[in-house]
Design a protein around this ligand. Sequence first.
Ligand SMILES: Cc1cc2nc3c(=O)[nH]c(=O)nc-3n(C[C@H](O)[C@H](O)[C@H](O)COP(=O)(O)OP(=O)(O)OC[C@H]3O[C@@H](n4cnc5c(N)ncnc54)[C@H](O)[C@@H]3O)c2cc1C
Length: 526
Amino acid sequence: MNRDKLLKRLLSDKDEVWDIIIIGGGATGLGAAVDAASRGFKTLLVEQYDISKGTSSRSTKLVHGGVRYLAQGDLSLVFEALHERGLLMQNAPHLVKNQQFIIPTYEWWEGPFYNIGMKVYDLMAGKLGLGPSEKISKEETLNAIPNLDPEGLLGGVIYYDGQFDDSRLAINLAQTAYENGAVLLNYVKAVGFTKDKEGILNGVNLVDVETGNAFHVKGKTFINAAGIFVGDIKNMDEGEKSNSVVLSRGIHIVLDKSFLQGNSAIMIPHTTDGRVLFAVPWHGKVILGTTDTEVDKPEIEPRASEEEIDFLLSNSARYLSKDPQRSDILSVFAGLRPLAISEGKAIPTKDISRKHQISISPSGLITITGGKWTIYRKMGEDLIDHAILVGGLEERESVTKNLPVHGYLKNTNHNDPLYYYGADKFQIEERILTKEKHLREPIHPHLPYIKAEIVWAVRNEMAITVEDFLARRIRALLLDAKASIEMAPVAAEIMAKELKKDNAWAQNQINEYIKLARGYLSGYDE
Ligand SMILES: Cc1cc2nc3c(=O)[nH]c(=O)nc-3n(C[C@H](O)[C@H](O)[C@H](O)COP(=O)(O)OP(=O)(O)OC[C@H]3O[C@@H](n4cnc5c(N)ncnc54)[C@H](O)[C@@H]3O)c2cc1C
């Protein structure tokens, strides 16, 4: 998957008419691209930044039914998500793993109450369940999570959900779509539509953000999967500002693994603001999250506020025997949820349903809002079913339920340092490590990444900036922002060589990366 080649392919025939053009390279757009391409439609996807730079690299990394939605009575969402969780585990076993969660209980009624709730969760998952939930004693709870605060603890309830690496899945989905014939381009922005005499969309104006070159491509159907920016795309179509989503910020802090020993994750069903709090082991660190704060404007690099960071620190301190401090934070990352607007009702963002909604404008623009990473496949299938109707395309059934995702590797050993590449790990070993042995060297003593990953990301995963590599091809920015800053010069040097860029390019990349990563050290803008 090489950007230059794909761009050439796109520009080679100005009269080419694409069946489906997708705007947005997050979970939603990528799900649609995989579904469309695997049904045999001529598919183009454009992303204005990097693949998954938006909300889709900033999630809590759970492939879950959503215990919270169960409590809210949103049963159809839970049912759908549990089903999709099972399919994703089946189709991308290299990236999704079965994670044990424990709900610690402190009141007499919590044990039986959560036990019954989780049994319902198990039942709803049916054959695709990941393991039976069970009530456990105080001793068993502390054995599983040795540094849970024992004061007042009565016991716990175990249940199972999926955990994944969001931006790795995004890149593997892009590769899956590409292998099925789609053209996908990062750093290409949609800036306007063209319409025929009847006012029906027939093309889109694009800009290559790298060079500033503008071009036009023709299409039969157009999907607006722009996440928090869907309103801008609707505006390009309808010429007026439309209020399509409510934005809600969720933040996470990342801590050293010593704060959560053992392999289990903690789920706190009710924090001081009535939300769910997770503490989940991830790539050898611990992610704590999240919050739900309504914001009024979309931002590609949202920042956590001081209050949100304090909220996570104080709520987690109530459950952990070692209270995390500001100075313990390795990284702070924030994402914005593009929630579907609910019928003019003023309700808190935490209570807005995460269900996706699809709408079609008079000109034929198909817009999707809401949804979850977990259900990206079903969202993609629904979008392409709509596109077939809107564009009068040939009826073809979706095949993604049983379509392996690029990198598919059964029985992946999740303790292998390169496990998240799945089957590509063997290619990295064969094509790079056997020939260029010096690339086995670690990039930084605090993180497990090696130099070969930089080369691989440029050659095969369309990484064209230092940020693409450190933030999304590997997860250094989220795992340890300071270490990632120290990795930037090595990444820039190797990338410059691979991309045939000069020293000035490398220096500029380092400067840009440091500017960005500083925001992950403290969260809020200083
Ligand atoms: C804090 C938080 C935690 C979450 N945790 C989970 C979780 O654990 N599990 C789960 O299932 N879900 C979770 N979610 C939800 C999930 O992350 C989102 O539903 C999903 O990532 C949204 O994907 P998207 O593709 O719709 O949006 P995005 O990922 O934002 O993608 C939209 C893309 O469109 C691009 N774009 C916009 N305008 C243009 C243009 N003009 N031209 C080209 N491209 C354009 C943007 O640059 C962007 O990359 C979480 C969300 C948040 C905020």
